[in-house]
Design a protein around this ligand. Sequence first.
Ligand SMILES: Cc1cc2nc3c(=O)[nH]c(=O)nc-3n(C[C@H](O)[C@H](O)[C@H](O)COP(=O)(O)OP(=O)(O)OC[C@H]3O[C@@H](n4cnc5c(N)ncnc54)[C@H](O)[C@@H]3O)c2cc1C
Length: 613
Amino acid sequence: MAAAWVRLCALVLIGVSSGAALAKDKTAIVVGGGLAGLTAAYELQAKGWQVTLLEAKSGMGGRSGLATSEWIGNSKTQPVLNQYLERFKVGTLAAPEFVRTPGYLIDGEYFSATDLVAKQPATAEALKRYEKTLDDLARSIEDPLNPAANSTLFALDQMNVSTWLDKLQLPATARQLVNQQIRTRYDEPSRLSLLYFAQQSRVYRNVSDRDLRAARLPGGSPVLAQAFVKQLKTIKTSSPVTAIVQDKDGVTVKVGAVGYQADYLVMAVPLRALAKIQMTPGLDNQHLAALKGTNYGWRDQLMLKFKNPVWESRARMSGEIFSNTGLGMLWIEPALKGGANVVINLSGDNARLLQAFGDKQMVDQVLIRLHAFYPQARGAFTGYEVRRYSTDAGMGGAYLAYGPGQISKYWRLWERPVQRIAFAGEHTDALYPGTLEGALRSGQRAAGQVQDLAAGKSFDPAKAAPVAAAAAAGAAGAVAAKDKGGFFSNLFGGGSDKAPAKAEPVKVEEAKQDKPGFFSRLFGGADKPEVKTAPIAKAEEVAPAPAAAPAPVAPAPVAKEEAVKPAATKPAPAKPAAKQAHKPAAKPAPVKKATAKSEPAKKPVVNSQAKAG
Ligand SMILES: Cc1cc2nc3c(=O)[nH]c(=O)nc-3n(C[C@H](O)[C@H](O)[C@H](O)COP(=O)(O)OP(=O)(O)OC[C@H]3O[C@@H](n4cnc5c(N)ncnc54)[C@H](O)[C@@H]3O)c2cc1C
């Protein structure tokens, strides 16, 4: 009897002590299941944190692209990406040599860089001049982490890239190709801060295209997202976060009427999506202005599928191809999805204008253009997939692309935690925004910051941008004006710069009404008359008539979700008693994925009237 009593006491003690150990576990919530959020969750979990990842959509991976076989850089250019690929044993294929430098599609004819020099020397020469001038501009930035280091550089942030390009007086074709490259990589030149463009050029200075397009990732970045998903214990999809409350003890996150609690939070959603989440206490004015005002580049993707290649095999079109015909950047997919596919990236204002059209109308217009150059296009066309990142409420754009004046106001703003929240996402990485590398780096940084916060470190409040005071007081224009014959003259090829031109609002109405010339300008290039394409009237009237009606192909899910139960409307009581006794009831209980492991636990915070969202 006495022995049994001792045993019982021992069990109670073990229970209490293991409960106490669990009570010390640090908890974190990660909001957003793109590569940034996945990285933050993975890194925190690896450090022993209990992490719950909440993703709004039914699938994971966020903005991972439509391409089934993405080009990626080598470990010299994308070290973090390559580390994770190695760690998760995700295989890559070396890129064939001919795709490692960009190609050009000029009026339907394909040119490699070498062809261009031989056959279109004036265009090749102009592109070289542009690259040299850009390189000079990039060199003027000593530290890309502090691009506005002096008032002259600060002044560049007040200008847009289009104004700068105008000064170069490039011939029409070269300008069209340059425009296309810039709008594909960032955004419309007229919407882009010249300082941001220079800073990014500084980051990639002396990085060769060969290193940036060194390998192919079969299956694309969703494969990497899935590799992270497999490592994580608690993921809850279809869980759009609607509100966050921070207090001295922790954070409470609401998904509709269901609440989760944790000690810290990583917010890994794009700015437009963050703007929709109610924060208590509210963000300060600078953050609120950044949420509203930071420019995102627009880039939508169409994959057109053909029974067989309709382009000349000689063209070997692959890698990045910049067209002067408004088709945007395009590349040929290997036949991973059957047949022969071409992915067309419509970017900048071309993409904005096409928001007025439905997917099929948009595809029809693009197909018309391809058909004009490749007459078998219609007959061989079998279907399409479209992805519009810019109008997706969870994304609100393709990626960060600072507009004029925005570096001055918002530089590295999101790298600093706000109380218990650290921010992640491509837009929070100062060196590699808009890339997988940037997203992964930001997830690592945010995970580190959460640990620092837990260790008692405090982060400085936002500082004013360097030289902001002087330049904001009008020094920008003065510097440009004074500097005749100096810095700016060299960069611009003479003369001082004009006042910053404002980006023109996109005339969606014009697109809707399809005023004469709209599509001609869009696809024929704004700078010169349309070449080779038939005149266009209304979108509907000119829709191509494929031999057999193409079956629209439903966009493939970004990534197949594995082993995660959709959020239940009722909270699932899932915690062992000992754990609950020592943890506040509302902490999220990290749960293993359904196939595996245990039932997702979600704790209601306030659930008196409403249903779970
Ligand atoms: C067309 C295109 C082509 C690209 N090409 C390349 C390329 O070739 N190379 C390269 O390196 N990079 C490329 N990128 C960039 C790269 O894909 C992104 O930088 C990266 O995927 C961004 O990851 P993220 O985690 O920051 O954001 P996201 O992937 O957008 O993740 C954010 C997640 O948050 C979720 N979310 C939003 N709101 C909420 C909410 N309220 N509650 C819960 N979840 C929410 C979203 O659903 C999403 O899953 C490309 C991007 C695009 C759009």
